[in-house]
Design a protein around this ligand. Structure first.
Ligand SMILES: *Cc1c(COP(=O)(O)O)cnc(C)c1O
Length: 389
Protein backbone atom coordinates (compact mmCIF):
# COMPACT_ATOMS: atom_id res chain seq x y z
CA UNK A 1 0.00 0.00 0.00
CA UNK A 2 1.29 3.45 -0.98
CA UNK A 3 1.00 6.73 0.91
CA UNK A 4 -2.26 8.68 0.93
CA UNK A 5 -1.36 11.26 -1.73
CA UNK A 6 -0.28 8.56 -4.17
CA UNK A 7 -3.40 6.48 -3.56
CA UNK A 8 -5.59 9.52 -4.14
CA UNK A 9 -4.38 9.92 -7.72
CA UNK A 10 -3.57 6.30 -8.59
CA UNK A 11 -5.53 4.02 -6.25
CA UNK A 12 -7.72 1.45 -7.99
CA UNK A 13 -6.54 2.52 -11.46
CA UNK A 14 -7.34 -0.16 -14.07
CA UNK A 15 -6.50 0.86 -17.64
CA UNK A 16 -8.41 -0.58 -20.57
CA UNK A 17 -6.77 -2.03 -23.69
CA UNK A 18 -6.54 1.57 -25.03
CA UNK A 19 -4.10 2.61 -22.28
CA UNK A 20 -5.77 5.95 -21.55
CA UNK A 21 -3.99 8.23 -19.04
CA UNK A 22 -7.02 9.32 -17.04
CA UNK A 23 -9.49 6.80 -15.64
CA UNK A 24 -11.97 5.69 -18.30
CA UNK A 25 -15.69 6.33 -17.97
CA UNK A 26 -17.65 3.13 -18.65
CA UNK A 27 -21.07 4.70 -19.08
CA UNK A 28 -22.91 1.49 -19.83
CA UNK A 29 -25.58 -0.58 -18.13
CA UNK A 30 -24.70 -4.07 -19.34
CA UNK A 31 -21.80 -6.22 -20.55
CA UNK A 32 -21.62 -8.93 -23.21
CA UNK A 33 -20.44 -12.54 -22.92
CA UNK A 34 -18.44 -14.62 -25.41
CA UNK A 35 -20.88 -17.51 -25.11
CA UNK A 36 -23.91 -18.76 -23.23
CA UNK A 37 -21.53 -20.98 -21.27
CA UNK A 38 -19.49 -17.98 -20.17
CA UNK A 39 -22.64 -16.10 -19.10
CA UNK A 40 -23.61 -19.10 -16.97
CA UNK A 41 -20.13 -19.33 -15.44
CA UNK A 42 -20.09 -15.63 -14.54
CA UNK A 43 -23.57 -15.78 -13.02
CA UNK A 44 -22.49 -18.83 -10.99
CA UNK A 45 -19.40 -16.94 -9.82
CA UNK A 46 -17.06 -19.56 -11.33
CA UNK A 47 -15.54 -16.96 -13.65
CA UNK A 48 -15.00 -13.28 -12.88
CA UNK A 49 -16.49 -10.68 -15.21
CA UNK A 50 -18.89 -7.78 -15.26
CA UNK A 51 -22.60 -8.52 -15.72
CA UNK A 52 -24.68 -5.44 -15.11
CA UNK A 53 -23.89 -1.98 -13.68
CA UNK A 54 -26.40 -2.39 -10.84
CA UNK A 55 -24.04 -5.17 -9.64
CA UNK A 56 -20.64 -3.74 -10.58
CA UNK A 57 -19.01 -1.51 -13.18
CA UNK A 58 -15.30 -0.80 -13.82
CA UNK A 59 -15.57 2.97 -13.20
CA UNK A 60 -17.57 2.46 -10.01
CA UNK A 61 -15.06 -0.21 -8.91
CA UNK A 62 -12.18 2.23 -9.30
CA UNK A 63 -13.98 4.86 -7.23
CA UNK A 64 -14.77 2.30 -4.52
CA UNK A 65 -11.18 1.06 -4.37
CA UNK A 66 -9.72 4.56 -4.21
CA UNK A 67 -12.06 5.70 -1.43
CA UNK A 68 -11.42 2.49 0.57
CA UNK A 69 -7.66 3.12 0.33
CA UNK A 70 -8.13 6.66 1.61
CA UNK A 71 -10.25 5.57 4.56
CA UNK A 72 -8.31 2.45 5.47
CA UNK A 73 -11.29 0.11 5.10
CA UNK A 74 -10.99 -3.16 3.17
CA UNK A 75 -13.91 -2.45 0.92
CA UNK A 76 -16.54 0.01 -0.20
CA UNK A 77 -19.94 0.04 -1.92
CA UNK A 78 -20.84 3.25 -3.77
CA UNK A 79 -24.46 4.41 -3.70
CA UNK A 80 -26.69 6.94 -5.44
CA UNK A 81 -26.61 9.44 -2.56
CA UNK A 82 -25.47 9.85 1.03
CA UNK A 83 -28.97 9.00 2.21
CA UNK A 84 -29.06 5.69 0.32
CA UNK A 85 -25.71 4.90 1.99
CA UNK A 86 -27.14 5.66 5.45
CA UNK A 87 -30.36 3.71 4.78
CA UNK A 88 -28.61 0.76 3.10
CA UNK A 89 -26.01 0.42 5.85
CA UNK A 90 -28.81 -0.09 8.37
CA UNK A 91 -31.50 -1.95 6.40
CA UNK A 92 -29.07 -4.56 5.05
CA UNK A 93 -28.64 -5.94 8.57
CA UNK A 94 -31.68 -5.01 10.67
CA UNK A 95 -34.81 -7.08 11.17
CA UNK A 96 -38.06 -6.76 13.11
CA UNK A 97 -37.41 -6.82 16.84
CA UNK A 98 -33.94 -5.25 16.65
CA UNK A 99 -32.91 -2.16 18.59
CA UNK A 100 -30.78 0.80 17.48
CA UNK A 101 -29.18 3.51 19.63
CA UNK A 102 -28.47 6.80 17.92
CA UNK A 103 -27.02 10.15 18.89
CA UNK A 104 -29.78 12.75 18.61
CA UNK A 105 -27.67 15.43 16.93
CA UNK A 106 -28.17 14.28 13.34
CA UNK A 107 -28.77 15.56 9.82
CA UNK A 108 -32.56 15.92 9.27
CA UNK A 109 -32.98 13.04 6.79
CA UNK A 110 -30.92 10.63 8.94
CA UNK A 111 -33.18 11.46 11.83
CA UNK A 112 -36.25 10.86 9.64
CA UNK A 113 -35.04 7.33 8.76
CA UNK A 114 -34.43 6.46 12.40
CA UNK A 115 -37.52 8.11 13.82
CA UNK A 116 -40.16 7.53 11.12
CA UNK A 117 -39.08 4.66 8.84
CA UNK A 118 -37.35 2.04 11.02
CA UNK A 119 -40.21 1.89 13.59
CA UNK A 120 -42.63 0.99 10.74
CA UNK A 121 -40.68 -2.27 10.39
CA UNK A 122 -40.80 -3.03 14.12
CA UNK A 123 -37.28 -1.75 14.78
CA UNK A 124 -36.92 0.18 18.02
CA UNK A 125 -34.75 3.31 18.15
CA UNK A 126 -33.51 5.23 21.20
CA UNK A 127 -32.03 8.71 20.82
CA UNK A 128 -29.43 9.84 23.34
CA UNK A 129 -26.97 12.66 23.90
CA UNK A 130 -24.06 11.13 21.96
CA UNK A 131 -21.49 13.12 23.95
CA UNK A 132 -22.33 11.19 27.12
CA UNK A 133 -20.75 7.71 27.13
CA UNK A 134 -22.91 6.62 30.08
CA UNK A 135 -26.04 7.05 27.96
CA UNK A 136 -24.68 4.75 25.22
CA UNK A 137 -23.94 2.13 27.89
CA UNK A 138 -27.20 2.49 29.79
CA UNK A 139 -29.52 2.15 26.80
CA UNK A 140 -28.05 -1.17 25.60
CA UNK A 141 -30.52 -4.07 25.52
CA UNK A 142 -30.20 -7.72 24.50
CA UNK A 143 -31.48 -6.86 21.01
CA UNK A 144 -29.28 -3.78 20.37
CA UNK A 145 -27.62 -4.23 16.97
CA UNK A 146 -26.37 -0.80 15.89
CA UNK A 147 -24.89 2.40 17.29
CA UNK A 148 -25.39 5.28 14.85
CA UNK A 149 -23.66 8.64 15.14
CA UNK A 150 -22.45 11.71 13.29
CA UNK A 151 -19.35 13.61 14.46
CA UNK A 152 -18.96 16.55 14.17
CA UNK A 153 -22.72 16.91 13.95
CA UNK A 154 -24.67 19.05 11.52
CA UNK A 155 -25.00 22.02 12.23
CA UNK A 156 -23.69 22.63 15.79
CA UNK A 157 -20.47 20.58 15.44
CA UNK A 158 -21.07 18.43 18.52
CA UNK A 159 -18.16 15.99 18.91
CA UNK A 160 -18.52 12.37 19.98
CA UNK A 161 -15.76 10.34 21.66
CA UNK A 162 -15.37 7.86 18.79
CA UNK A 163 -13.03 5.58 20.69
CA UNK A 164 -15.22 5.52 23.79
CA UNK A 165 -18.37 4.66 21.82
CA UNK A 166 -16.67 2.02 19.62
CA UNK A 167 -15.16 0.34 22.72
CA UNK A 168 -18.59 0.05 24.35
CA UNK A 169 -20.01 -1.32 21.08
CA UNK A 170 -17.29 -3.96 20.76
CA UNK A 171 -17.77 -5.18 24.34
CA UNK A 172 -21.44 -5.70 23.59
CA UNK A 173 -21.27 -7.14 20.06
CA UNK A 174 -22.84 -4.06 18.53
CA UNK A 175 -21.81 -2.56 15.16
CA UNK A 176 -20.97 1.15 15.05
CA UNK A 177 -21.95 3.17 11.97
CA UNK A 178 -20.32 6.59 11.70
CA UNK A 179 -21.61 9.34 9.40
CA UNK A 180 -18.20 10.96 8.77
CA UNK A 181 -19.49 13.52 6.27
CA UNK A 182 -18.63 16.68 8.23
CA UNK A 183 -15.13 15.46 9.12
CA UNK A 184 -14.36 13.98 5.67
CA UNK A 185 -11.91 11.10 5.19
CA UNK A 186 -9.11 13.71 5.13
CA UNK A 187 -9.57 15.00 8.69
CA UNK A 188 -10.85 11.98 10.66
CA UNK A 189 -10.38 8.20 10.31
CA UNK A 190 -13.09 6.38 12.29
CA UNK A 191 -11.54 2.97 11.51
CA UNK A 192 -8.60 3.86 13.80
CA UNK A 193 -10.96 3.97 16.76
CA UNK A 194 -12.87 0.80 15.86
CA UNK A 195 -15.84 1.96 13.75
CA UNK A 196 -17.21 -0.97 11.75
CA UNK A 197 -18.92 1.04 9.03
CA UNK A 198 -18.44 4.59 7.72
CA UNK A 199 -20.93 6.35 5.47
CA UNK A 200 -20.33 9.32 3.17
CA UNK A 201 -22.27 11.62 0.98
CA UNK A 202 -20.17 11.95 -2.17
CA UNK A 203 -22.26 15.04 -2.86
CA UNK A 204 -20.42 17.03 -0.19
CA UNK A 205 -16.60 17.29 0.06
CA UNK A 206 -15.83 14.29 -2.15
CA UNK A 207 -17.29 16.04 -5.21
CA UNK A 208 -16.78 19.40 -3.56
CA UNK A 209 -17.80 21.28 -6.68
CA UNK A 210 -21.58 21.01 -6.59
CA UNK A 211 -22.04 18.71 -9.59
CA UNK A 212 -23.33 15.25 -8.70
CA UNK A 213 -25.07 13.23 -6.02
CA UNK A 214 -23.40 10.13 -4.67
CA UNK A 215 -22.64 8.18 -1.53
CA UNK A 216 -20.51 5.37 -0.16
CA UNK A 217 -20.46 2.72 2.55
CA UNK A 218 -17.04 1.63 3.80
CA UNK A 219 -16.56 -1.61 5.69
CA UNK A 220 -14.79 -4.99 5.82
CA UNK A 221 -14.67 -7.34 2.85
CA UNK A 222 -16.68 -9.90 4.76
CA UNK A 223 -19.49 -7.51 5.71
CA UNK A 224 -19.68 -6.20 2.15
CA UNK A 225 -19.81 -9.66 0.57
CA UNK A 226 -22.16 -11.33 3.04
CA UNK A 227 -24.51 -8.57 4.14
CA UNK A 228 -24.23 -5.36 2.16
CA UNK A 229 -23.84 -6.54 -1.42
CA UNK A 230 -26.84 -8.89 -1.52
CA UNK A 231 -29.09 -6.13 -0.13
CA UNK A 232 -27.85 -3.29 -2.33
CA UNK A 233 -27.54 -5.30 -5.56
CA UNK A 234 -31.13 -6.43 -5.39
CA UNK A 235 -32.70 -3.22 -4.09
CA UNK A 236 -30.77 -1.02 -6.55
CA UNK A 237 -29.63 2.26 -4.93
CA UNK A 238 -26.58 2.13 -7.20
CA UNK A 239 -24.55 5.11 -8.35
CA UNK A 240 -24.39 6.11 -12.01
CA UNK A 241 -20.96 5.35 -13.55
CA UNK A 242 -20.89 8.98 -14.67
CA UNK A 243 -21.30 10.24 -11.09
CA UNK A 244 -18.73 7.71 -9.86
CA UNK A 245 -16.29 9.02 -12.47
CA UNK A 246 -16.79 12.63 -11.33
CA UNK A 247 -16.24 11.60 -7.69
CA UNK A 248 -13.23 9.49 -8.61
CA UNK A 249 -11.54 12.44 -10.30
CA UNK A 250 -12.48 14.68 -7.36
CA UNK A 251 -10.72 12.37 -4.91
CA UNK A 252 -7.45 13.40 -6.60
CA UNK A 253 -7.77 16.89 -5.08
CA UNK A 254 -9.81 16.24 -1.93
CA UNK A 255 -6.85 16.51 0.41
CA UNK A 256 -5.73 19.85 -1.06
CA UNK A 257 -9.25 21.26 -1.04
CA UNK A 258 -10.29 20.11 2.44
CA UNK A 259 -7.04 21.21 4.09
CA UNK A 260 -7.14 24.67 2.47
CA UNK A 261 -10.84 25.15 3.14
CA UNK A 262 -10.32 24.09 6.76
CA UNK A 263 -7.47 26.59 7.19
CA UNK A 264 -9.75 29.30 5.80
CA UNK A 265 -12.60 28.16 8.06
CA UNK A 266 -10.45 28.34 11.21
CA UNK A 267 -9.50 31.94 10.33
CA UNK A 268 -13.13 32.85 9.69
CA UNK A 269 -14.25 31.24 12.97
CA UNK A 270 -11.75 33.34 14.95
CA UNK A 271 -12.79 36.43 12.99
CA UNK A 272 -16.51 35.88 13.68
CA UNK A 273 -15.90 35.17 17.34
CA UNK A 274 -14.40 38.64 17.76
CA UNK A 275 -17.40 40.37 16.15
CA UNK A 276 -19.75 42.11 18.59
CA UNK A 277 -22.88 41.22 16.53
CA UNK A 278 -22.27 37.52 17.14
CA UNK A 279 -23.40 35.67 20.24
CA UNK A 280 -21.58 32.36 19.82
CA UNK A 281 -19.54 30.42 17.24
CA UNK A 282 -19.59 26.60 17.02
CA UNK A 283 -16.29 25.46 15.46
CA UNK A 284 -14.42 22.43 16.83
CA UNK A 285 -10.91 23.96 16.84
CA UNK A 286 -11.79 27.24 18.59
CA UNK A 287 -10.34 27.41 22.11
CA UNK A 288 -13.78 28.54 23.31
CA UNK A 289 -15.53 25.45 21.88
CA UNK A 290 -16.44 23.32 24.86
CA UNK A 291 -15.29 20.06 23.27
CA UNK A 292 -12.10 21.54 21.82
CA UNK A 293 -9.83 18.97 23.55
CA UNK A 294 -11.73 15.97 22.28
CA UNK A 295 -12.08 17.43 18.77
CA UNK A 296 -8.29 17.76 18.59
CA UNK A 297 -7.91 14.13 19.62
CA UNK A 298 -9.88 12.82 16.64
CA UNK A 299 -9.53 15.44 13.92
CA UNK A 300 -6.41 16.82 12.24
CA UNK A 301 -8.12 20.15 11.47
CA UNK A 302 -11.43 21.70 12.53
CA UNK A 303 -13.27 21.15 9.24
CA UNK A 304 -14.77 23.43 6.62
CA UNK A 305 -18.12 24.10 8.33
CA UNK A 306 -19.24 26.14 11.33
CA UNK A 307 -22.42 27.58 12.76
CA UNK A 308 -22.98 30.75 14.74
CA UNK A 309 -25.71 32.78 16.39
CA UNK A 310 -26.49 36.32 15.36
CA UNK A 311 -27.44 38.64 18.22
CA UNK A 312 -31.11 39.11 17.40
CA UNK A 313 -34.19 37.37 16.02
CA UNK A 314 -35.06 35.47 12.82
CA UNK A 315 -35.68 38.69 10.90
CA UNK A 316 -32.24 40.03 11.71
CA UNK A 317 -30.70 36.66 10.86
CA UNK A 318 -32.45 36.56 7.46
CA UNK A 319 -31.25 40.10 6.81
CA UNK A 320 -27.67 39.03 7.50
CA UNK A 321 -28.00 36.04 5.14
CA UNK A 322 -29.64 38.12 2.39
CA UNK A 323 -27.02 40.86 2.56
CA UNK A 324 -24.08 38.52 1.91
CA UNK A 325 -22.64 39.08 -1.56
CA UNK A 326 -20.15 36.24 -2.04
CA UNK A 327 -21.75 33.45 0.03
CA UNK A 328 -24.47 31.57 -1.87
CA UNK A 329 -27.69 30.70 -0.03
CA UNK A 330 -28.01 26.94 -0.39
CA UNK A 331 -28.27 23.83 1.78
CA UNK A 332 -25.15 22.09 0.43
CA UNK A 333 -21.78 21.89 2.23
CA UNK A 334 -18.16 21.11 1.40
CA UNK A 335 -18.10 23.09 -1.85
CA UNK A 336 -15.20 25.15 -3.20
CA UNK A 337 -17.70 28.04 -3.15
CA UNK A 338 -18.61 29.44 0.28
CA UNK A 339 -22.21 28.70 1.19
CA UNK A 340 -24.70 29.86 3.81
CA UNK A 341 -27.72 28.05 5.26
CA UNK A 342 -30.49 28.74 7.80
CA UNK A 343 -30.75 25.23 9.35
CA UNK A 344 -33.97 25.73 11.34
CA UNK A 345 -36.04 26.37 8.19
CA UNK A 346 -34.20 24.10 5.72
CA UNK A 347 -31.93 21.15 6.58
CA UNK A 348 -33.45 20.66 10.04
CA UNK A 349 -37.02 21.70 9.24
CA UNK A 350 -38.34 18.12 9.67
CA UNK A 351 -37.42 18.15 13.37
CA UNK A 352 -40.08 19.23 15.86
CA UNK A 353 -39.68 22.59 17.53
CA UNK A 354 -38.78 20.83 20.77
CA UNK A 355 -36.14 18.66 19.07
CA UNK A 356 -34.60 21.73 17.48
CA UNK A 357 -34.53 23.51 20.85
CA UNK A 358 -32.77 20.52 22.44
CA UNK A 359 -30.11 20.60 19.73
CA UNK A 360 -29.72 24.39 20.01
CA UNK A 361 -30.90 24.92 16.42
CA UNK A 362 -32.45 28.31 17.07
CA UNK A 363 -33.90 30.87 14.64
CA UNK A 364 -30.76 33.02 14.93
CA UNK A 365 -28.42 30.13 14.02
CA UNK A 366 -26.56 30.36 10.70
CA UNK A 367 -24.40 27.63 9.16
CA UNK A 368 -21.61 28.45 6.74
CA UNK A 369 -19.42 26.19 4.65
CA UNK A 370 -16.13 27.80 3.70
CA UNK A 371 -14.73 27.46 0.20
CA UNK A 372 -11.53 28.34 -1.57
CA UNK A 373 -12.11 32.06 -2.19
CA UNK A 374 -9.64 34.64 -0.90
CA UNK A 375 -9.91 34.80 2.88
CA UNK A 376 -9.88 38.62 3.02
CA UNK A 377 -12.78 38.76 0.53
CA UNK A 378 -14.77 36.37 2.69
CA UNK A 379 -14.06 38.31 5.89
CA UNK A 380 -15.04 41.56 4.20
CA UNK A 381 -18.30 40.05 2.96
CA UNK A 382 -19.24 38.75 6.42
CA UNK A 383 -18.24 42.04 7.99
CA UNK A 384 -20.27 44.27 5.66
CA UNK A 385 -23.37 42.10 6.12
CA UNK A 386 -23.01 41.92 9.93
CA UNK A 387 -22.70 45.69 10.15
CA UNK A 388 -25.97 46.06 8.17
CA UNK A 389 -27.98 43.60 10.30
C1 LIG B 1 -25.79 15.77 3.19
C2 LIG B 1 -25.71 14.85 4.31
C3 LIG B 1 -26.25 13.57 4.22
C4 LIG B 1 -26.98 13.07 2.98
O1 LIG B 1 -26.24 13.05 1.80
P1 LIG B 1 -26.94 13.20 0.34
O2 LIG B 1 -25.84 12.93 -0.61
O3 LIG B 1 -27.49 14.56 0.26
O4 LIG B 1 -28.01 12.16 0.27
C5 LIG B 1 -26.16 12.73 5.33
N1 LIG B 1 -25.55 13.14 6.47
C6 LIG B 1 -24.99 14.38 6.59
C7 LIG B 1 -24.31 14.76 7.85
C8 LIG B 1 -25.06 15.28 5.53
O5 LIG B 1 -24.52 16.50 5.66
Amino acid sequence: MKNKETNLVRGGLQRSQFKETSEALFLNSGFVYDSAEQAEAIFKGEETGYQYSRYANPTIDTFEKRLALLDGYEDCFATASGMSAVFGSMMCQLRTGDHVISASALFGSCRYILKEILPKFGIEVDFIDGRDLEQWKNKIKKNTKIFFLETPSNPCCEIIDLKGVCDIAKENNILTIVDNIFATPVLQSPIKYGADIVVYSGTKHIDGQGRVLGGAILTSKQFKEETLKPFLRHTGPCISPFNAWILLKSLETIQLRVNSQSDNAFEIAKFLESNSNIEKVNYPFLESFKQNDIAKKFMSKGGTIMSFKIKGDKEKTYKFINNLKIFDITNNIGDTKSLVTHPATTTHRVLSEEERANLDITDNLVRISIGLENIEDLKQDLDQSLSKS
